[in-house]
Write a protein that binds this ligand. Structure first.
Ligand code: AMP
Length: 219
C-alpha cells in the first residue's frame, strides 16, 4: 500500500501515519522528523534547514525530494509506505509521481485529514516533543506518564520552536497557499479520500481504515 497523508500542521498526520505504518507494516516517511533529527545531530542538512523550520517556512523542493527519494529506494519501502508531510507543494507531488512511475509504481491513495483551524491552533499549543528521541505528546490528548518526561527514553519534553503561536499561524498560511491545492491535485486523479480528523485518535484511525476499505486496499 502506498499512501500519502495530507492535512494542516497539527491535524494529527504524524500520529495516524505511525498507526498505519505499524498496523500494515508500511515504511513511515516524515521529512519533518528527518529534518529535526538532522538538526539535533548538527549535520550539514540540519544546519541548512534549521532557520527555515524555526520560521515555519518550507524547505526547498529539491532538498525535500532528495530526502524522500533516498528513503523510497530503500528495501523497507518495498512493502509499501505512508508519507507524512510530503508532498507539500504541487512541484513535490509531480516529482513523487515521476519517482514512482520510473519504477512502474503509483500512489494508491491520498488521505486528507480535515480539522478546523481553531482546533489546530489549540492542538499545536499543547504539543510537546521529546528533546532526545523526538517522540510527540499532546498535553491534552496524549500526556506523558510523568510530567515533562518522555515515556520511552526519559528525555525532557520541550515545545517545538515552530509550535509558537506566531509560527503556527505562519505554517497555517503556508499550508493554505502551497499544500491545500494538493487535495484538488489528487481528487482529479481520483485517489483522494477526505476524512474528519476531529475526535479521539482511535476514532480517526477507524475512519481512515474505512476509507482504505472503500478503496479495496484492505482485505
Ligand atoms: P512537520 O513535522 O511535517 O510539521 O514539518 C516541520 C517543518 O519541516 C515544516 O514546517 C517545514 O519547515 C519542513 N518540512 C517538512 N516537510 C516538508 C516538505 N515536504 N516541504 C517543505 N518543507 C517541509
Amino acid at each position: 500500500m502506498r499512501l500519502v497523508l495530507l492535512g494542516a500542521p497539527g491535524s494529527g498526520k504524524g500520529t495516524q501515519a505511525k498507526l498505519l505504518a505499524s498496523e500494515f507494516g508500511l515504511l513511515h516517511v516524515a521529512p519533518g522528523d528527518i529534518f529535526r533529527s538532522e538538526i539535533r545531530a548538527g549535520t550539514e542538512l540540519g544546519r541548512l534547514v534549521e532557520g527555515i523550520l524555526a520560521r515555519g517556512e518550507l524547505v526547498d523542493d529539491e532538498t525535500c525530494i532528495r530526502v524522500i527519494d533516498t528513503r523510497l529506494v530503500s528495501e523497507e519501502a518495498k512493502q509499501g509506505f505512508v508519507l507524512d508531510g510530503f508532498p507539500r507543494t504541487i512541484g513535490q507531488a509531480e516529482a513523487l509521481d515521476r519517482i514512482l512511475s520510473g519504477r512502474g509504481e503509483s500512489l494508491d491513495l491520498a488521505v486528507a485529514l480535515e480539522v478546523d483551524e481553531d482546533a489546530i491552533l489549540r492542538r499545536a499549543l499543547s504539543r510537546r516533543v521529546c528533546s532526545r528521541c523526538g517522540k510527540p505528546y499532546n498535553l491534552a490528548m496524549q500526556p506523558p506518564k510523568v510530567a515533562g518526561k518522555c515515556d520511552d527514553c526519559g528525555g525532557d519534553l520541550v515545545t517545538r520552536k515552530d509550535d509558537q503561536e506566531s509560527t503556527v499561524k505562519e505554517r497555517l498560511a503556508v499550508y493554505r497557499e502551497f499544500t491545500e491545492p494538493l487535495t484538488s491535485y489528487y481528487a482529479e486523479k481520483g485517489i483522494l479520500e477526505s476524512v474528519s480528523g476531529e475526535g479521539e485518535v482511535n476514532e480517526v484511525f477507524l475512519r481512515i481504515k474505512e476509507s482504505l476499505r472503500k478503496r479495496n486496499l484492505l482485505e
